[in-house]
Write a protein that binds this ligand. Structure first.
Ligand code: PXP
Length: 240
């Protein structure tokens, strides 16, 4: 069964809106775990717009599933990751002014820098995942630079029209197939919600889905535990 990992960045976004102490992403992580998620995902952005160092260290201490840290390869962020030692680091491209991560990493172009960072992270016992577009060349390059996991970017699929969605799903399937052939593990995420997740969750060989915004948005209205459970039910039903 595909595992659900919950990205809790936007709990911190809400906190930062007032610069105070609530809601606390550490409490949110506990609720997500009680609701049955398989991991907690957070992005320490260079501008610290949501998650803060304080959150990372507390999360590392309290969560019982696994901590996946999304991060750029900026040296100061790499230093935090090496000190924190999350279970997994997902390397993502980061632009200051973007609202959210816009595209996958260009592993082909950043081969050298990525290989160095990946080596350091892996030596520290951190699993490394690369967030990439569903393109065969990016999959191949990911394997060459030493990644263990690729997270396929589902944003294009999520934003596509109904007709284009089929093509985008096919690209995800092909990239997944190639990644598995290369010995990589495969996860997927970005833009997945209660309406569009089913078709992605059905793709055999994708082990994990990382979902944030749609779950936290629903949680505001129905509560976090229920929002996580409802997403888990859809995902589980996809491979029955
Ligand atoms: N995966 C990666 C690599 C991301 O950067 C994000 C957004 O932080 C997600 C998954 C989750 O995306 P969403 O919030 O749209 O569910």
């Amino acid at each position: 069964m595909v595992r659900l990992c919950v990205n809790i960045d936007h709990i911190a976004t809400l906190r930062q809106a007032r610069g105070g102490i609530e809601p606390d992403p550490v409490v949110a992580a506990g609720i997500c775990e009680l609701a049955g998620c398989a991991g907690i995902v957070v992005h320490l952005r260079e501008d610290r717009r949501h998650i803060q160092e304080r959150d990372l260290y507390l999360l590392k201490e309290v969560i019982k599933t696994k901590l996946n840290l999304e991060m750029s390869i900026n040296p100061s962020i790499v230093d935090v990751a090496l000190d924190l030692k999350p279970d997994c680091a997902t390397l993502v491209p980061e632009r200051r002014r973007e609202l959210t991560t816009e595209g996958g990493l260009d592993v082909l172009r950043k081969r050298k820098e990525l290989a160095k960072v990946i080596e350091r992270l892996r030596k520290a016992g951190i699993q490394v995942s690369l967030f990439i577009d569903a393109q065969i060349e990016q999959v191949k390059a990911s394997q060459q630079v030493g990644a263990e996991i690729v997270e396929l970017h589902t944003g294009r699929y999520a934003n596509a029209s109904a007709k284009e969605q089929r093509q985008e799903l096919e690209k995800l399937r092909m990239a997944k197939e190639r990644a598995r052939e290369q010995g990589l593990r495969v996860s997927a995420g970005h833009g997945l919600n209660y309406q569009n997740v089913w078709a992605v969750a059905r793709i055999e060989g994708i082990e994990e889905l990382n979902i944030g915004h749609s779950i936290i948005s629903r949680a505001v209205l129905v509560g976090l535990e229920r929002a996580v459970k409802e997403m888990k039910e859809i995902i589980s039903s996809a491979r029955e």
